[in-house]
Design a protein around this ligand. Structure first.
Ligand code: GCO
Length: 445
């Protein structure tokens, strides 16, 4: 089992809407997720993020957990409508105060705050004037980024511009299963391009303001043809363009994949690609598995996802456990994208955790999952991939978007009735791994 250098950064990640709750407190505005989750039939069980993990009130306890875990860093996101209830203009001081307290508490606990500026919770007020379909939203994002950096930047040294714009565009604008629930190719193209533009503009704004380490986060995964044959290979490359390269290529190469060019013509303007192509200090990579696809002329873009092959181990999300994806993706970044510095900003798994009579959770499947993926990170590093850190998803069981509270990704169990937190076995395993800079074997179960 590979080991990691002293300076390797160990962390865990969360996001605002998934844990904070306090949806109507202290002047917070509405986001597209408030709207979406209140629409009938959108979220499993009719769940919303109104209360979530009540982290807004219990952040002190959650910082204690981080300290106990021994992480170097904690990645969380800022709720844009908590800071700017209308998305632009008036600043809600009480919203910023919350993040002040959080950052101070983290620093006191010896945990570095890694601040992500956007994890999908666009202010509803901006959605009402077009949201990510409107170019102006990219400039509002840069203004908002400036407001946050202005307030927290004296104590924070890492900012992450965006979380997974590619998945946000795909699920929110093409497949319609996430907020704001749209589904058309044109809307997907516009949203993706404006998210890319916002990332570039936000980066430029912050770069000129201070001396921070700046990065942005993409969710990438290898795409494999699910059947033999040129036609299936061809659509796997098309799917890769929609799924991964729609944000990766503009950022690192300054161009869109050729297959997507026609649909983007209407939205890309002169000079945009220069704004979007940036040499970030690091790329955040969120990775869970792989995609297997085949040609299917009846599907939206002629491609159908197959899901895991028979007999493969699956998580509770139905996703295949496929650790090699980590190695493959990191080597692709090494070989085709100039080997940028990478931090794994998310990796983890939902399993149906069963607490025993005392509430303890022996989540051996999660531990085995994390150990296996970490092993592939180590392998990729040995092969020369420039990976500098690893953040597990997630600290707490939380609001898993369209799946509500039914899917548990946490290292810490949350009882959503009482808000009690109980570290699972994987939490203790991760603590040991961090302490030794090496995934500990044995507790693989
Ligand atoms: C993200 C992810 C997280 C999810 C996790 C499990 O965008 O960062 O969607 O918010 O909870 O990936 O699906």
């Amino acid at each position: 089992m590979g080991s990691f250098p002293e300076e390797f950064v160990w962390g865990v990640s969360t996001s605002a809407y998934q844990i904070e709750g306090a949806a109507r407190e202290d002047g917070r505005g509405e986001s597209i997720w408030d709207t979406f989750s209140r629409e009938e039939g959108r979220i499993a069980g009719g769940d919303t993020g109104d209360v979530a993990c009540d982290h807004y009130h219990r952040y002190g306890r959650d910082i204690e957990l981080l300290k106990q875990l021994g992480v170097d860093a904690y990645r969380f996101s800022i709720s844009w409508p908590r800071v700017l209830p209308e998305g632009k203009g008036r600043v809600n001081r009480k919203g910023l105060d919350f993040y002040d307290r959080l950052v101070d508490g983290l620093l006191e606990a010896g945990v570095a705050p890694w601040v992500c500026l956007y994890h999908w919770d666009l202010p509803q007020a901006l959605e009402d004037s077009g949201g990510w379909l409107d170019r102006d939203t990219a400039w509002y994002f840069a203004d908002y980024a400036e407001t946050v950096a202005d307030s927290l930047g004296d104590r924070v040294d890492r900012f992450l511009l965006m979380n997974e714009p590619n998945v946000h565009a795909l699920l929110g604008y093409l497949l319609g299963i996430h907020a704001p629930g749209r589904h058309s190719i044109g809307e997907f193209a516009a949203a993706a391009h404006h998210l890319n533009l916002a990332t570039g503009l936000g980066y430029e704004r912050l770069r000129h303001m201070g001396d921070w380490q700046l990065g942005t986060i993409l969710n990438l995964e290898p795409v494999h043809a699910g059947r033999e044959g040129d036609e299936h290979e061809e659509v796997s490359s098309l799917f890769d363009a929609f799924r991964n390269r729609v944000c990766l290529d503009p950022l690192l190469k300054g161009e869109y994949p050729a297959q997507l060019a026609p649909m983007l013509e209407a939205v890309v303007r002169d000079g945009d690609m220069q704004q979007i192509r940036r040499e970030m200090d690091f790329l955040g990579l969120n990775l869970y598995g792989r995609s297997r696809v085949i040609l299917d002329p009846g599907s939206l873009v002629g491609v159908r996802e197959l899901g895991p092959p028979e007999g493969a181990q699956r998580t509770d999300m139905g996703w295949e456990v496929y650790p090699q994806a980590m190695y493959e993706q990191l080597l692709e970044l090494r070989d085709k994208y100039g080997n940028p510095p990478v931090v794994i900003t998310e990796n983890g798994a939902a399993f149906e955790d069963r607490p025993d009579a005392t509430g303890h959770v022996a989540d051996t499947e999660r531990t085995a999952y994390l150990a296996a993926y970490l092993e592939q990170v180590a392998r990729a590093r040995e092969a020369g991939a420039d990976v500098r850190g690893y953040f597990a998803w997630s600290l707490l069981d939380n609001f898993e978007w369209a799946e509500g509270y039914g899917k548990r990704f946490g290292l810490v169990r949350v009882d959503f009735e009482t808000q009690e937190r109980i570290p699972k076995a994987s939490f203790h395993w991760y603590r040991e791994t961090i302490a030794r800079n090496e995934p500990v074997a044995g507790s693989r179960g």
